[in-house]
Design a protein around this ligand. Structure first.
Ligand SMILES: [Zn+2]
Ligand SMILES: [Zn+2]
Ligand SMILES: [Zn+2]
Length: 429
């Protein structure tokens, strides 16, 4: 039997074989590896260089090009981040500068750097609502159909080509239908209606009828074959603020993520007021609600497992709806979980942003907003109003990742203004 020798590290109780001693100088493998790791770390810290790729740069286009460029990870280089995010940069570009970014994206496409080009085009379309139709022929040439929103302003000739392509291009059919939903013009609307009345053979391979794809573009096909919009173009960001202005008009215009006095009948925790907004604010005034405030409530815990409806009473106070159906699965929640929300102060931005600002969830922006297009993490999902059976209108969303370093998932908010019913649903990656 071979003799085992204690590891040299003080306090380590491992014993090791003489062969290991020869290799490590008397330490057990875990201790030896820890020493090596510490040596590497010390070397990195001693030799790490701080690199500022943006030093002395003033041209926002050149700065954005660097921000988009793929960067290889090197532990010996610490890059200084640019003080502004890409989305802030895009919003502040002049039309001339945005045109240079579009030209750059086309150069990248020609060189085969498709994912970088895709991200730039998405940024121009979402953050600025710029027209990029000049890039569409090249996207089609390269078979890049996966970012449907890029085609939303497609001219009639391209739209017609895409509508023909849906019929035969089985590989891209899913993406092509999403593209058509983003185009959503009268010709597309009547084609969707035609498909509903006379389902094409290929429709059998889809999970839902072709007309259901309309929701991705923010609308539904009514029973009469009309387009009915489910989103509103006027969109305001919901952002964290340091300012203490509780008594001011802006603060009372909208409040977010407060603990409600009402109790969830399923988990018996307090409900959360996702949003409480003055109905005269332009972001919701179009709804024509005969109420002073629009209040959206849900259960933060049970709401992650299914849609929760609330009915607004005459004063606009949300009341748990009789239409709620308990999800088949609900975990049991500790009473500690039910201590209420603790989030920073949130406020609405003064100026609206692009209705498509947050429409691509995978870009880097914060998503919380009133109005605009939802940032679907999964498929588009507009709940049906339990009273009138129409799809409910999207009125805003709060993304936990915007307020909480460890947070994730988005609560989407909907209303049927006619029946004064609200709904909240949740998606996460
Ligand atoms: Zn050891
Ligand atoms: Zn609950
Ligand atoms: Zn309704």
């Amino acid at each position: 039997m071979t003799e085992r020798i204690p590891c040299k590290t003080e306090g380590c109780r491992a014993t090791i074989l003489p062969t290991t001693v020869a290799k490590t100088g008397g330490y057990c493998m875990p201790c030896h590896q820890e020493q090596e790791r510490q040596k590497r770390q010390a070397y990195i810290e001693q030799h790490r260089k701080t690199v500022n790729l943006y030093e002395d740069m003033t041209d926002p286009v050149e700065i954005l090009k660097i921000m988009h460029a793929p960067r290889q990870y090197d532990p010996l280089i610490q890059y200084v981040p640019y003080p502004l995010g890409k989305e802030q940069m895009y919003v502040s570009l002049t039309a001339e500068e945005a045109g240079r970014m579009l030209k750059y994206a086309l150069e990248l496409l020609a060189a085969g750097d498709n994912s970088e080009a895709d991200e730039i085009l998405l940024s121009l379309v979402c953050y600025r609502n710029d027209n990029i139709t000049g890039a569409l022929p090249e996207l089609m040439e390269q078979g890049m159909y996966h970012s449907g929103i890029l085609f939303k302003d497609a001219p009639p000739d391209i739209r017609d080509r895409l509508m023909q392509q849906v019929e035969w291009d089985e590989d891209n059919r899913n993406h092509l239908l999403l593209i058509l939903s983003w185009i959503g013009d009268p010709v597309v609307v009547s084609r969707f209606q035609e498909w509903r009345l006379h389902p094409p053979e290929w429709a059998g391979q889809l999970f839902v009828g072709p007309e259901i794809y309309a929701m991705e573009g923010g609308w539904e096909l009514t029973p009469d074959g009309e387009r009915r919009d489910l989103i509103h173009g006027l969109s305001y960001a919901i952002r964290v603020t340091d300012e203490q202005r509780d008594s001011s008009a802006e603060a009372s215009a909208a409040r977010f993520l407060k603990t409600s006095a009402s109790i969830c009948p399923w988990c018996e925790g307090k409900l959360t007021i996702l949003m409480d907004v003055d109905t005269s604010h332009p972001s919701v005034a179009y709804l024509g609600l005969s109420l002073e405030r629009l209040q959206m409530e849900t259960c933060e815990r049970c709401g992650c497992f299914g849609t929760i409806y609330m009915e607004l009473d005459r004063q606009g106070v949300p009341v748990w709806s009789q239409f709620n159906r308990k999800p088949e699965y609900l975990p049991s929640f500790d009473s500690e979980d039910i201590s209420g929300v603790d989030v920073p102060r949130l406020t609405l931005s003064d100026e609206p942003h692009s209705p498509f600002y947050a429409a691509t969830w995978s870009l880097s922006q914060q998503d919380s907003q009133i109005g605009g297009h939802p940032s679907w993490v999964q498929d588009a999902d507009y709940p049906v109003c339990p009273c009138c059976a129409k799809r409910m209108r999207f009125i805003g969303q709060v993304d936990w990742a915007d307020f909480d370093k460890f947070g994730e998932g988005i609560f989407y908010m909907f209303v049927c203004p006619e029946d004064k019913v609200t709904a909240a649903l949740y998606q996460q990656s």
